[in-house]
Design a protein around this ligand. Structure first.
Ligand code: BYC
Length: 470
């Protein structure tokens, strides 16, 4: 068995070197992780020098350490945010009791399941994005893709650390399974639906990082409230990295919109066919991509009425994002009005928490929409991008399989079947978008369908050679 100098190889602030059992478990898992990275991570870029950010500590200087790295040599570290002295449980039936430093027996399997579900999404996203490097629109974007990939790898390490350190043999088995399931695999798929969708073009990547990583932000924020203190501290630190992933999504879509508007102005038209002929993404196609990824990501919050969400909140396992913003942290007396297919229903608030979170998430999603629409308005065009209703195209919850249009109205099955191809990307849309995906790998150059970013990484110019390909 290989012996690892943890301070050197795996930067950490959890004293791995001082705990023999944990060290052995991680030593056993690490080569399996590297093998998985080799087989399922970014294909063909193992010898490239990539300008990456690495966390080497949790303080302001250490969490963003930049330098050129071969990805397989990336130092996937394990970091927990600094402890809060005498931290108390901030919600649920055990509010005010001391936070847990160990897993209470009665919550062991539920907590393990939540950590495994969170952990499963991290390698899944790397697998989904495996081939994108071949069609990057610029070296700047290629570097951002790889930054996201290595950080998702680090987030997997974060969950595996919790499984190894707190869940004994079951945890070690789950850690192996996290490398055995694969995105889109027929026999062993990833746990959550969105993480089995292919991401084979960069427009999908930007939508995924805008919508799906934002689900990550909300889920991590709700775990940051958890009574299980190691989970809370782990997620607090993960959130610092998550911001960049959503930035890539928001600015990526913004740059697509900017380029399309330039073409629309140049040609004096909003005719999709002419815009496409000019090599840009017409806005109706972008709208269909937004509809697809937003609706898929809305499923990630679970059912509108959920006994799991009630139990997880009451027991202190999972709070609401930014729990402190609310007045009532127990929620035994409150109800919430939910629009169900049968009409409006009063639901105990504890059971409606997935919906509470979904609503906050949608509000957060609106921010980018406003920015992109301002760009369109300033360019003098009438079209506006919108978010689909949370009832549209749902695969989880009360609206599963119902014929609902993107505005949230129930329509006939016939109309739904006839219109779906104009609400989400059709085969022809995908083929067109794929036709644009040609690799641009000269420093500073951009593909014709996307505008350059406003600035480079870490104060470097956009023209910097962010990935040195060999
Ligand atoms: N697909 O009561 P229900 C991220 C299952 S993203 C498939 O409706 P609940 C990232 C559910 O598991 C954040 N299955 O919902 C982003 C349950 O099954 P079991 C990921 C689904 O339990 C980009 C059953 O349906 N983190 O970090 O209240 C790149 C009934 O569940 C789905 C988490 O998700 C679905 N969409 O809430 C990289 C946090 N939805 O357990 C990373 C951990 C529900 O009865 N997970 N089901 O067999 C959770 O907190 C909860 O499991 C959920 C669902 C929020 C997902």
């Amino acid at each position: 068995m290989s012996s690892i100098d943890y301070a050197e190889k795996i930067p950490n602030n959890v004293n791995i070197g001082g705990e023999r059992t944990l060290q052995r478990a991680l030593e056993h898992w690490q080569p399996h992780f590297l093998q998985w990275w080799h087989e399922m991570g970014p294909s063909d870029f193992e010898s490239a020098d990539v300008y990456l950010r690495t966390a080497i500590s949790v303080d302001a200087q250490g969490w963003a350490h930049y330098g050129a790295v071969h990805m397989p040599d990336y130092r996937w570290g394990i970091f927990l945010a600094d402890p809060v002295a005498d931290r108390k449980i901030g919600f649920g039936d055990r509010m005010g009791e001391p936070a847990w430093q160990q897993v209470p027996g009665e919550y062991r399997s539920t907590l393990r399941r939540l950590i495994v579900t969170q952990g499963d999404t991290e390698p899944a996203s790397v697998e989904q994005q495996r081939l994108l490097g071949h069609s990057c629109p610029s070296l700047y974007d290629l570097r951002n893709l790889f930054q996201i990939n290595v950080e998702e790898g680090r987030h997997l390490w974060a969950m595996v650390y919790l499984l190894h350190a707190y869940f004994g043999r079951d945890g070690r088995e789950e850690a192996e399974e996290l490398l055995a399931r694969h995105s889109g695999d027929r026999d062993k798929p990833r746990i959550l639906t969105t993480f089995n969708e292919p991401i084979s073009d960069w427009l999908s990547l930007y939508c995924f990082t805008y919508f799906t990583d934002r689900d990550g932000k909300y889920q991590l924020k709700s775990f940051a409230e958890s009574a299980f203190d190691p989970l809370s501290r782990t997620c607090r630190f993960m959130l610092t990295e998550e911001a960049h992933h959503m930035f890539v999504g928001e600015t990526g879509i913004g740059r697509v919109v900017k380029r399309t508007l330039e073409v629309m102005k140049e040609l004096g038209t909003d005719d999709p066919a002419r815009i496409r002929a000019h090599g840009a993404v017409d806005l109706p196609t972008l709208q269909r991509y937004l509809n697809f990824w937003c609706s898929s990501s809305l499923d990630l919050f679970g059912s509108e009425i959920s006994s799991n969400s009630a139990a997880n909140f009451a027991s202190g396992l999972k709070g609401r994002p930014d729990e402190a913003q609310y007045e009532d942290h127990v929620l035994r007396e409150k109800t919430m009005k939910l629009l169900m297919p049968e009409g409006e229903q009063d639901v105990p608030m504890l059971n409606a928490l997935n919906e509470v979170m979904r609503e906050s998430y949608l509000k957060d999603c609106e921010i980018g929409l406003k920015r992109w629409n301002r760009q369109i308005e300033r360019a003098g065009f009438d079209l506006r991008l919108t978010l689909p209703s949370s009832r549209f195209r749902r695969s989880i919850g009360a609206w599963v399989g119902l014929p609902v249009d993107p505005q949230g109205k129930l329509v006939s099955k016939e109309l739904f079947a006839k219109s779906l191809g104009s609400w989400i990307p059709s085969e022809a849309d995908r083929a067109f978008v794929h036709s644009l995906m040609k690799r641009v790998a000269e420093p500073g150059k951009m593909a014709a369908w996307i505008a350059p970013p406003e600035r480079g990484i870490n104060n470097l110019p956009v023209e910097y050679e962010y990935v040195k390909l060999h």
